[in-house]
Design a protein around this ligand. Structure first.
Ligand SMILES: [Zn+2]
Length: 123
């Protein structure tokens, strides 16, 4: 069993959990609230997979200002944003697992800069 031995919070609310594994190697996992969810099923990976996103006719009405659903363009943007966040979190986990000092000011600055650049790409 991998026990959490330390939690580190990075810019964007990314939580890095350092795990104590039996081999003695430090492993890490990340989590955050940064991934955007489908407004119907709350699955960040939903691409018109859930029934509600498929049957709601308003989802295809781009001129209806009352539509609560995502347009196809918005869904694609959400998935691209989520993929970028996944990549950032995978890198942070790998850095923490390989002994990079994820508590250093330089690392925090690098994460903040990367998040800023991702936001400029997808929003
Ligand atoms: Zn959905």
């Amino acid at each position: 069993m991998n026990l959490p031995i330390k939690a580190i919070y990075l810019p964007g609310g990314i939580k890095v959990t350092i795990l104590d594994v039996p081999t003695g190697l430090k492993k890490a996992a990340t989590s955050s609230e940064l991934r955007e969810q489908c407004p119907f099923c709350n699955d960040p990976d939903c691409y018109f997979h859930c029934d509600q996103s498929q049957i709601d006719e308003e989802i295809y009405d781009y001129e209806d200002g009352t539509a609560l659903s995502e347009t196809e363009e918005e869904v694609v943007e959400r998935l691209a944003w989520n993929a970028a966040i996944d990549g950032l979190e995978f890198l942070i986990s790998a850095c923490a697992s390989k002994g990079v000092d994820v508590e250093s000011k330089n690392f925090h600055d690098a994460v903040a800069l990367t998040l800023h650049k991702i936001k400029n790409c997808y929003w």
